[in-house]
Design a protein around this ligand. Structure first.
Ligand SMILES: *Cc1c(COP(=O)(O)O)cnc(C)c1O
Length: 489
């Protein structure tokens, strides 16, 4: 281990300082303003290091991390596409970054115009009437959308509609959001090819159903060809269709959820529209609704009057507020920059390119990896581990071994439909050279599994930390230096 890879507390030397503060003129005043029991009695136990130590420590650490900017990251369902740097530059412009949410409308007309334009662009892309940009994440969008669904039925006096149908292949946030929205989850089965079983759906539809949550293409990357029939059945039963549009990649320029019959949806700007994610945020999960439901969207919204002036408006029919102010504006700027820089023509290429890349990998690897569902996939697909299971090498082993070769692992053990799921999504931003390199490495790992399985089982061999005790980390997390010291003592 290099010296600067040590914990920052281990680099600490008593009395060493990396800063100089002016004399505190307010110390006396603070004593009167803050109650004595809340005042710190002794100084905080912080690492004492020079500026250079700090710079070397964190710069070294940053090179240990894996990111889209350092390597291929085929994380299915999470869409780790490249985030063009121009997006960051635009979001950082002081004209945007330095405005305050409480400024008067007159002083932020430009920002409001952009906000309004993004609402319109998403409506056009999704084929829906109106969008709110307020939710902070995909799951937050789901909750907002389900609150719209619930409010719609309640306004119709249809209060017993509390059941939401969710396919057993759905993303985990779907049933969780339904529960948080006070609705009851009913599971509909998938057919062996992964699509919703229409015959299983029919008997579930009755006057207690609020709606169905779906994503299309589904979690297995397969297009639900019976979607129009499903939409007809659910609407005839008085329910609404919710679309989980976290990953809109494959649809861009090809199909629109609104045209498939969906009434409500969310989009993850931090997946489809190329804004960075991971590490917990910031995200943005705008929610769209078809015409006739827009009055229920949360407050506030940005509107334009007949003179072309923009306003932050509140509607009295709205379900209320679900965020502070108007959501994560910085993320919206990045997404808007991405949409404009692609333009109407190029955005149509995103879906086909993402689809082509996924199929290219799938077809080139299915001799070594088990493909449970044949056929053309959309932007992602799922392998059920290695084809040859006799070596005892698992999906987890393969995932760890990929790190040794400089690739991030795919999503593993999700969806739950297979025991050894490996969900691969290359995205449209990768070159054929990168895809070929990945294919070669995946073949090499399969060969190692046959010939030197211990190498794969013990992977990663070359990373700073080796295989971690993930269960232990989740059950007994050590979150600070004191806890680490206590454990070592
Ligand atoms: C990522 C994802 C979500 C949740 O989005 P968050 O922003 O992480 O809350 C929901 N559904 C699907 C299909 C996703 O891939």
């Amino acid at each position: 281990m290099k010296y600067y890879d040590k914990l920052i507390f281990e680099l600490s030397r008593e009395g060493r300082k990396g800063y100089e503060l002016p004399a505190n003129e307010f110390a006396e005043a603070v004593k009167y303003e803050i109650p004595g029991n809340l005042l710190r009695q002794e100084s905080a136990d912080l690492p004492e290091v020079s500026e250079l130590d700090v710079v070397r420590h964190y710069t070294n650490l940053s090179t240990k991390n894996f990111g889209v900017d350092t390597g291929f990251y085929p994380l299915g369902s999470c869409t780790m596409k490249y985030n063009p740097k121009i997006n960051e530059e635009i979001a950082a412009l002081p004209q945007f970054a330095a405005i305050h949410p409480l400024q008067s409308e007159d002083t932020v007309q430009g920002a409001l115009e952009l906000y309004f334009n993004l609402q319109r662009a998403l409506s056009e892309i999704a084929g829906l009437g109106e969008f709110t940009l307020n939710p902070f994440a995909g799951a937050h969008g789901e909750l907002t959308g389900l609150m719209v669904m619930r409010a719609y039925h309640e306004q119709n006096g249809d209060c017993k509609r509390r059941k939401v149908i969710v396919p057993n292949s759905a993303h985990g946030t779907n049933p969780a959001s339904a529960m948080v929205a006070g609705l009851e989850v009913v599971e509909v089965k998938s057919k062996p090819n992964g699509s919703v079983d229409v015959e299983d759906l029919k008997p579930l539809l009755n006057d207690e159903v609020a709606g169905i949550m779906m994503t299309n293409p589904n979690t297995l990357g397969m297009f639900e060809t019976e979607i129009l029939e499903i939409a007809r059945l659910v609407h005839d039963a008085g329910g609404l269709l919710y679309y989980d549009g976290a990953n809109l990649n494959p649809l861009l320029g090809k199909v629109r959820p609104g045209d498939m019959g969906f009434d409500i949806m969310h989009i993850n700007l931090h997946k489809t529209f190329s804004t960075p994610h991971g590490g917990g945020g910031p995200g943005s999960g705008p929610v769209g609704v078809r015409k006739g439901l827009e009055h229920l969207l949360p407050n506030p919204r940005v509107t334009r009057d007949e003179n072309g002036k923009f306003h932050i408006s509140e509607s009295k029919d709205s379900l209320g507020s679900i965020s502070a102010f108007c959501g994560n504006f910085g993320v919206m700027l990045k997404a808007y920059a991405y949409i404009l820089s692609l333009g109407k023509e190029n955005i149509k290429m995103v879906g086909p390119m993402a689809t082509l890349n996924a199929n290219y990998i799938k077809e080139n690897l299915k001799d070594d990896y088990l493909l449970p569902i044949e056929g053309v996939c959309k932007h992602e697909f799922v392998f059920d581990g290695l084809k040859d299971k006799s070596t005892g090498v698992t999906t987890l082993n393969v995932a760890k071994r990929l790190l040794d070769y400089g690739f991030h692992a795919p999503t593993i053990y999700f969806p739950l439909l297979f025991h050894e799921s490996m969900m691969i999504e290359p995205t449209e931003t990768e070159s054929i050279e990168t895809l070929d390199e990945f294919i070669e490495v995946m073949h090499k790992v399969a060969q190692e599994a046959r010939e030197t399985p211990e190498d794969v089982k013990n992977a990663p061999l070359s990373t700073l930390v080796r295989k971690l005790d993930e269960t232990g980390a989740a059950k007994h997390p050590i979150l600070n230096y004191k806890a680490l010291k206590a454990q070592q003592a």
